[in-house]
Design a protein around this ligand. Structure first.
Ligand code: UD1
Ligand code: CA
Length: 460
């Protein structure tokens, strides 16, 4: 997005206390879709490629700075909090005379970049631009008061200062506005708090603009949910649902099958190839990429995972920081922990845990096993209940299982150990030494039968 002429400054107001959240955490750090509300606003701000982004902080300011680090943001402190106009006044030294300022709110996280650029466009050429919208129930919002004949904006009145007649107006101030900096330098210091709330109202700038014949324009968001703010946990939950529903709609539009669009949660980014199917109650975190024709069955959690074409993840599987090859079959009830890399056609079955392991093509670990710190070749069959004993209480050790190995059920592989290609391990073995290629190796007491042995029975 090219900024026409003037430098785009963005000031995000985030100093409010957020009393109704009943939390020791500052409101803007509460998470929407897995990241702080303020992150959503900062990301939308940065998408506009602004010259400068300032964040006005007050309550819990240190916690906010800690959470964000430097991140190209300019932190401005507002203490005490005397109103939205007073908040912007604190940022005034950061606002270059040539520029214009877009005012955003740390607790209004869903506003779309498209809407913001529409507002900035509307305000180009030193106009004063306000984002307004019509609400069925405008209660609590500042009302946009227009000239009855020309429809020109005259002022904004806050709910608490409004007359009966003004309260009937349903065009409201979203709070988001775009103002030439040259004017801010003149107007902001002149604000007073002569109103019902004894606050310095940002909205009073409108009267000053009117008095100077500065053109005032408005733009509207495409959706009213964009302008919703968060003051309570209930509103937070409501916005979360809106956000998730929007994500789900985009996936459907992109050709993904969702068995129920109201039962998917994305906390991060989900990219899908063609003909992907996602069953109910799946959670995607971080960056997840699903190849063509991938099926994710019900109740799976995937975090920072890539899944190649044709793979099916059966219900209740949990996969994190891993790469899954093509045409694999995972689950149900599989747990794949970080740094695992599965090649194509691998099968991981129920109650199997894999950690930090590489498994080559066509190998199978189908039942009740733990495979950790392992490099496994291709076409290996790991029997039920096999465990790699990778931890000696102090250190982790590696297990190497070469191609075409067959491991009998209930085997322990005590690492470090190498199972050479073609090895067969007899069921119930505890293997502590490397095995020779293509031989049967087992470690197991010989089976004996005690003929005539009787079970003990209770004495009468
Ligand atoms: C404000 C607008 C109102 C608009 C509404 C939209 C004013 C005077 N009124 O009212 O017209 O309809 O938003 O939600 O601007 N903040 C600070 N420092 C302060 C005060 C507020 O950083 O000293 C921040 C808050 O953290 C909050 C935002 O500004 O994120 C809005 O403040 P709030 O006091 O809730 O304004 P409203 O009364 O809702
Ligand atoms: Ca508010």
């Amino acid at each position: 997005m090219k900024q026409m002429g003037s430098k785009l400054h963005i000031v995000i107001l985030a100093a409010g206390i957020g009393k109704r959240m009943k939390s020791s955490r500052p409101k803007v750090l509460h998470e929407l879709a897995g990241k702080p509300m303020l992150s959503h606003v900062v990301e939308s701000a940065q998408a506009l490629q602004p010259y400068r982004v300032c964040v006005v902080i007050g309550h819990g300011g240190e916690q906010i700075i800690d959470r964000f680090g430097s991140n190209d943001l300019i932190w401005v402190e507002q203490k005490p909090q005397l109103g939205t106009g007073h908040a912007l006044l604190q940022a005034l030294p950061e606002l270059d005379e040539e520029g214009a300022t877009l005012v955003l709110y740390g607790d209004v996280p869903l506003v779309r970049v498209e809407t913001l650029s529409k507002l900035v466009q509307a305000g180009s050429g030193d106009k004063y631009a306000i984002l307004t919208t019509a609400l069925e129930n405008p209660y609590g919002y500042g009302r946009i008061i227009r000239n009855e004949d020309t429809r020109a904006i005259k002022c904004i009145v806050e709910e608490k200062d409004a007359t009966e007649a003004q309260r009937l107006v349903n065009e409201i101030n979203t709070g988001i506005m775009y103002i030439p900096n040259r004017k801010l330098h003149i107007w902001l210091p002149k604000l007073n708090n002569d109103n019902a709330q004894k606050e310095y109202y940002l909205t009073d700038l409108i009267k000053m603009a009117v008095a100077e014949n500065i053109p005032i324009v408005s733009a509207q968001p495409d959706y009213n949910w964009e302008i919703l703010g968060v003051n309570s946990r209930a509103q937070m939950a409501e916005l979360e649902r809106i956000y998730q529903k929007e994500n789900a709609s985009k996936l459907l539009e992109d050709g993904v099958t969702l068995y129920d669009p109201s039962r998917i949660d994305i906390r991060g980014q989900l990219r899908c190839g063609s003909d992907v199917e996602i069953d109910v109650n799946c959670l995607f975190e971080g960056h997840v990429q699903l190849g063509n024709s991938v099926k994710i069955k019900a109740n799976c959690v995937l975090k920072n995972v890539t899944v190649a074409d044709g793979t099916v993840i059966q219900p209740f599987s949990h996969i994190e920081n891993s790469a899954i090859g093509a045409n694999c079959r995972i689950g149900p009830y599989s747990r794949i922990r970080p740094n695992t890399n599965l090649n194509d056609n691998v099968h991981i079955g129920n109650f199997v845990e894999i950690k930090q392991s590489v498994i080559a093509e066509g190998s199978k670990v189908n039942h009740l096993s733990y495979i950790g710190d392992t490099v496994m070749g291709s076409s290996v069959n790991v029997g039920a209940g096999t465990i790699t004993c990778n931890y000696d209480g102090a250190h982790k050790h590696q297990t190497i299982i070469e191609d075409n190995v067959f491991i009998g059920s209930d085997t322990q592989l005590v690492a470090p150990v190498k199972i050479s290609r073609g090895t067969t391990i007899g069921a119930g073995s505890t293997i502590t030494k490397d095995t020779p290629e293509n031989e049967l190796t087992l470690s197991r007491a010989k089976q004996v039968t005690l003929t005539g042995w009787k079970r003990p029975s209770k004495q009468k």
